[in-house]
Design a protein around this ligand. Structure first.
Ligand code: OGA
Ligand code: NI
Length: 367
């Protein structure tokens, strides 16, 4: 850029020669993700990743001292501590929309192995990864950089490999070889944990334990495995912009690097990594059917100068062909239904049309 043009940029705050769509397309076509950019030796962040100043994190040292995301010990969930655990889930889901789970029954070695192979996948040579790169929602296993790259105003410093179980189980032969065994094993355990959470959440809502399973609210999963490489200028971007999940529930595994934050009482609070723990968070769809009893809360991942960071988010979705509305038990003359009837397909179509970017999809469905 010439000096004069640079001055124009300073004067008018906008570069007339900046064709964002073109730069996004060129980057997408490399199929190498942000890991590819880092490997190419960049030291400055390409501008498609730079977020507007007003949305960038302002470090608030007090929040994480004042508040702590509830940690729930699942020991004794079958009998002696069940009621206590249900109460803790209820309290956390109503106030935080987030909680961490320890002693949940999934072997730590299965969790560690999953995080390891996700890193291995993303650290393969570009030529190997490239064949999995796709934005086609019909592909059940695919790798991409930012699901909303083409619609969002600013991109995030994150790559993802996704496994979509919406239409039922997948043939493990269709997974990349490096992660085949670990993903398979991980899913075996996560499905059991999902069934358990379905029971405990039903009871936390004051319903019969098989309620959420019977209405097929926890029917299928999409598993997104994120890779956040070290970021050359972490103060200018995000790992994941603030958003709430469109799912019924999300079961998240994060490694020990940190960076996940949740909005609580208008402050960003760190979800401190605990080795061997899962994070659970209420999704928009659960908030909708519970008529706002359980809260789907905004969260984000800050970009870091240490890493890479890996995480695995299992988004649990309702039956795609069924319509849902706030459950009768949560509506009355004094507290009428707050949302109109919808299904997850319609919900996701609306959600995806906006990109993460802090947009809230739920109010669009409010009566
Ligand atoms: C998500 C998400 C957080 C993380 O996938 O919806 O919020 O720690 N992930 O990667
Ligand atoms: Ni999320």
């Amino acid at each position: 850029m010439s000096r004069i043009m640079e001055e124009q940029v300073l004067l008018f705050g906008e570069d007339v020669n900046y064709d964002r769509a073109k730069e996004v397309k060129e980057f997408d076509e490399t199929k190498a993700g942000v890991k590819g950019l880092l490997d190419s030796g960049i030291v400055k962040l390409p501008r498609i990743f730079i977020h507007p100043k007003e949305s960038l994190p302002k470090y608030d040292a007090t929040s994480s001292c004042l508040f702590h995301v509830p940690v729930i010990d699942f020991t004794g969930y079958e009998k002696c501590r069940r009621l206590e655990i249900i109460n803790e889930i209820k309290e956390a889901s109503e106030t935080w929309g987030f909680f961490q789970m320890v002693n949940h029954g999934v072997p730590v070695c299965v969790m560690d192995e999953m995080l390891k192979v996700i890193k291995v996948f993303h650290e393969q040579p570009r030529e190997v990864k490239k064949e999995w790169y796709s934005r086609d929602h019909k592909m059940k296993v695919r790798y991409f950089c930012n699901g909303d790259l083409l619609v969002a105003k600013a991109a995030n410093w994150r790559d993802t490999i996704m496994f979509d179980f919406q239409d039922g189980p997948l043939d493990p032969q269709g997974y990349p070889l490096v992660c085949r065994e670990a993903v398979n094993k991980y899913m075996e355990h996560i499905l059991k944990l999902k069934e358990l959470l379905s029971e405990l959440m039903s009871e936390a809502l004051g319903l019969k334990k098989d309620y959420l399973t019977n209405i097929e609210c926890m029917k299928s999963e999409t598993v997104v495995c994120h890779y956040y490489p070290v970021c050359p200028e972490p103060d200018l971007t995000f790992g994941t912009t603030k958003h709430s999940d469109p799912s019924s529930l999300t079961i998240l595994l994060q490694d020990t690097i940190g960076g996940l934050q949740v909005l609580h009482q208008n402050r960003w609070v760190n979800v401190n990594p605990i080795h061997g723990a899962f994070v659970a968070n209420i999704g928009d769809f659960m908030q909708l059917i519970s008529n706002d009893k359980f809260k789907s809360v905004e969260h984000r991942v800050v970009a870091g100068s240490v890493g890479p960071r890996a995480s695995v988010a299992c988004h649990v979705y309702p039956n795609a062909f069924q319509k849902y509305r706030p459950i009768e038990e949560f509506t009355s003359d004094e507290n009428p239904a707050k949302y109109r009837e919808t299904n997850i397909t319609e919900y996701l179509t609306h959600f995806r049309s906006k990109g993460l970017d802090g947009y809230k999809a739920l109010p669009y469905f409010r009566l």
